[in-house]
Design a protein around this ligand. Structure first.
Ligand code: NAG
Ligand code: NAG
Ligand code: NAG
Ligand code: NAG
Ligand code: NAG
Ligand code: NAG
Ligand code: NAG
Length: 495
């Protein structure tokens, strides 16, 4: 903005020097930050040597009233008036040293204050031409103080509570006001208000409102303040406090008399802050002698006895509250062998679905496969047949990868509709293979397979899905055809 104004003044000066004129050259606008220093230029352009400067007066012009700031006189010298004495001076030493060369009476304003914002007039009194003057408008900026405050967030009751502020971002005493925005993946909304002050500054206060939930714990929230050309960023990680979530793991539903394994229960908790106190109880009874309790673990000192049966309760406490979980432990005389395992063993032990019956089953399965394949061909494949064609011979294998499981059947991964759907949805953008009729991804190849023989210990997990606490283990059994035409059962662990 200053450039065109200067250009205009220059052109005027050229024009005036052509005629017999004088003019005062100044910037139209000038700005500076509170506390900084700014120069207010004032040049006298005179093409007539006969015109003499009698005096130069700087005035502050505000609200229609003028106030003298500084005066330069060719004979009397310079004078800066109160309250500007400390902060205003003429730029050129020539003026201070009383040398009567007053063509440049630029003043330097230091330690700018908000109250300095005004128009400043530079007036030349000449003889015999009379007065010439010009004006500069001075704007004073105040950089806002930026501060982010995290509001303590405690979740005692479950959601459904009203929106609360999780953080406050302040851009205080800015002139012009700072602009506050938020960046986060949290679902919420800002509430922003501007508070004006009498000195012309504005405090912008923005709160980020959310419906509190336990999932917000450790999520990031960034406040972005833009002021003039500067951007200030402040990020916090939310700390949401909640009472423990409790789950007892370790009972697999198969505690039989004298079972040899090292058995016990563990009270698994999720809490913020962490659990400080655990308490175990047996519902409607006292703790049996055969157990040893250490904080969140309860372990059997000896073999399994009927005494151990009962409902075990774990109370976990942190500073927010106490929660409990429970498990009903029953003790049987003999190990429990699940039905499906029996049938698996039958399948496995000899693949004895021989003879005519076996032939019919194989034929039926083949027909079902064909039916599924035809349907799948119509609806599932979304890849590019021409670029990723990958035809399998006898099943598939990855060198080394599967050799660790010598008992591994040559699985051809087809399955029931639901199972297949799941696999299709698991495909990311990674390599899609097409095995003549069906699409599956690399994960299918890498996924570990366990045969029934080696899963003696896994069968317990199968019956109690609560057991593997950290990883959700899903087990499906499929009938799988062999290249030799027989049928085998397979187990898959999706981890
Ligand atoms: C200028 O005028 C405004 C109202 O128009 C008033 O509030 C303010 O105090 C005045 N400032 C000075 C320095 O007189
Ligand atoms: C400077 O301020 C005066 C009065 O405050 C106003 O009339 C004028 O338009 C302003 N000039 C510019 C260039 O902003
Ligand atoms: C303006 O006023 C506010 C509120 O009174 C004050 O906090 C702030 O420091 C002032 N700013 C300046 C630059 O004087
Ligand atoms: C913003 O930046 C541009 C270019 O860097 C500069 O010309 C301009 O004066 C700046 N504005 C402010 C208010 O600082
Ligand atoms: C266990 O005790 C509670 C009270 O402590 C009682 O309400 C409940 O009926 C009892 N259950 C059994 C199975 O005895
Ligand atoms: C068990 O809790 C006590 C305090 O109650 C603590 O000092 C101890 O370190 C805890 N032990 C374990 C193994 O966590
Ligand atoms: C033992 O408990 C498990 C689960 O807690 C249950 O499935 C099973 O039926 C119970 N067995 C007996 C004999 O009560």
């Amino acid at each position: 903005m200053a450039v065109p104004a200067t250009l205009w003044i220059y052109l005027m000066a050229v024009y005036l020097s052509g005629s017999n004129g004088q003019m005062v050259q100044m910037d139209a606008i000038k700005s500076g930050y509170v506390g900084s220093q700014v120069e207010l230029h004032c040049l006298f352009i005179n093409n007539n040597p006969a015109v003499k400067i009698s005096q130069v007066t700087w005035q502050k012009f505000l609200n229609g009233t003028k106030q003298n700031v500084a005066i330069a006189n060719p004979t009397m010298g310079v004078s800066v008036l109160n309250p500007f004495k400390e902060r205003v001076s003429f730029k050129l030493p020539a003026v201070q040293e009383k040398i009567p060369s007053l063509e440049d009476t630029t003043i330097v304003f230091s330690n700018l204050q908000l109250s300095d914002e005004a128009a400043y007039i530079c007036e030349y009194t000449t003889f015999p031409a009379g007065n010439r003057e010009n004006m500069v408008n001075l704007t004073v900026f105040a950089r806002p103080m930026i501060q982010m405050i995290q509001t303590a967030l405690t979740i005692v009751a479950q959601p459904s509570s009203p929106k609360v502020s999780v953080a406050t971002c302040l851009a205080a005493n800015g002139k012009p006001p700072g602009v506050v925005t938020w960046e986060t993946t949290l679902k919420g909304e800002p509430r922003t208000e501007e508070i004006p002050h009498s000195n012309g500054t504005v405090t912008v206060r923005s709160d980020y409102l959310v419906i509190p939930s336990r999932e917000m714990h450790k999520q990031k929230l960034t406040c972005v303040v833009t002021y003039n050309n500067d951007t200030t960023i402040d990020t916090i990680m939310l700390n949401v406090q909640y009472k423990p979530e409790v789950k007892i793991v370790g009972f697999d539903g198969n505690w039989y008399l004298n079972r040899p394994d090292k058995l016990g229960l563990t009270c698994k908790t999720e809490a913020n802050p962490p659990v400080t106190h655990f308490e175990w109880k047996l519902l409607n009874g006292s703790m049996p002698a055969g157990v040893e309790i250490l904080n969140n673990t309860l372990s059997l000192k000896g073999p399994v006895t009927y005494d151990l049966a009962g409902t075990y309760v774990c109370h976990a406490t942190n500073s927010i509250g106490t929660s409990s979980g429970q498990v009903e432990v029953n003790v049987t005389e003999l190990p429990y062998i699940p039905n499906d395992r029996v049938s698996q063993e039958r399948h496995n032990s000899g693949l004895i679905i021989g003879g005519a019956a076996g032939g019919i089953v194989v034929l039926l399965v083949a027909l079902i496969i064909l039916f599924v394949i035809l349907r799948r061909r119509q609806r599932t494949f979304k890849g590019d047949y021409s670029t990723k064609k990958h035809v399998y011979g006898n099943g598939y294998s990855k060198p080394g990868g599967l050799s660790a499981h010598p008992t591994l059947p040559k699985n051809l991964p087809y399955g029931e509709d639901s199972d297949d759907e799941k696999k299709t949805s698991q495909m990311g953008g990674t390599g899609l293979y097409e095995r003549s009729d069906r699409v599956f991804d690399d994960d299918d190849l890498k996924r570990p397979y366990f045969t029934v023989d080696e899963s003696e210990s896994h069968e317990y997990e199968e019956r109690s899905l609560a057991y593997p606490y950290d990883h959700e283990v899903e087990i499906t059994d499929d009938m799988v055809s062999q290249t030799d035409g027989s049928v085998i059962s397979k187990k898959e662990w999706y981890v």
